[in-house]
Design a protein around this ligand. Structure first.
Ligand SMILES: O=C([O-])CC(=O)C(=O)O
Ligand code: NI
Length: 234
């Protein structure tokens, strides 16, 4: 079974547990403040990161066409340069929407699995009608062309988060999204097979904890007893 196939069985919470418990990644790989604007019921988003950086119109770099080269099985990630981001709601300093329904139509045609926008999107109903997963900080109505343009593809994206810390997504990282939000798995620094094995075990264990709790065993005790077996997978 492919890695993407296995990841599809996990929730973002399962993955964060793995990144925290096995690799001491204190964020659990979570990128905060994104909401699922469009996510078909009982589904999740899984794919490898295809990144696009947006900069102000007066940036010396020429505009690039990112949408016609979206790779299959990717998650398309759009972000603004750090100085256009904010630590506080609404997390970006422009009011225009960076992404719309035509872009989702093209990305879906090219077999991308979904899109994450660290900014606003528009054409909400179109993404939903397409059943194309789209996550964003928020929504808007105006196109972006008067204020920002795409300037780089497959570069690292630096994302300013609510605690003032900048988290990075690298092209090729695995990105997973569900109703809890978006998690990225930094494939350069972790052993993904080891992570998957740990998560599979931890899901098994949590099912046993659930059973114990339903049988009246105190939660703390059930967790302690059942989870001790996970140490050997760390
Ligand atoms: O016009 C734009 O810049 C984006 C848009 O609405 C779309 O992709 O549908
Ligand atoms: Ni549109």
């Amino acid at each position: 079974m492919s890695i993407a196939h296995k990841l599809r069985k996990f929730s973002t919470c399962d993955i964060s547990d793995g990144l925290l418990n096995v690799y001491d990644i204190s964020t659990g790989g979570y990128f905060p403040n994104l909401t699922a604007i469009s996510l078909p019921p009982s589904s999740s988003l899984v794919g490898t990161a295809y990144t696009v950086l947006f900069a102000p119109m007066n940036d010396p770099r020429p505009a690039v066409n990112y949408i016609d080269s979206v790779p299959p099985n990717s998650v398309l990630l759009l972000s603004l340069e750090p100085h256009l981001q904010s630590q506080f709601h609404p997390f970006i300093k422009i009011t225009q929407a960076m992404y719309g329904g035509l872009m989702s139509t093209r990305a879906q045609f090219l077999k991308s699995n979904g899109t994450v926008v660290f900014g606003r999107i528009r054409d909400v109903d179109e993404h939903r009608a397409l059943n194309h997963p789209v996550f964003a900080y928020g929504v808007g109505s105006c196109a972006p062309k008067a204020v920002v343009k795409a300037v780089a593809i497959n570069v690292q994206l630096k994302i300013l988060t609510s605690d003032g810390v900048t988290q990075v997504i690298y092209p090729g990282d695995y990105v997973v999204g569900d109703n809890n939000g978006i998690v990225s798995i930094p494939v350069q620094v972790i052993d993904i097979q080891k992570l998957i094995t740990y998560i599979e075990k931890s899901i098994e264990v949590d099912l046993l904890v659930t059973e114990d709790i339903k049988n009246g065993i105190p939660a703390k005790q059930a967790q302690k007893n059942r989870r001790s077996v996970l140490k050997q997978y760390i």
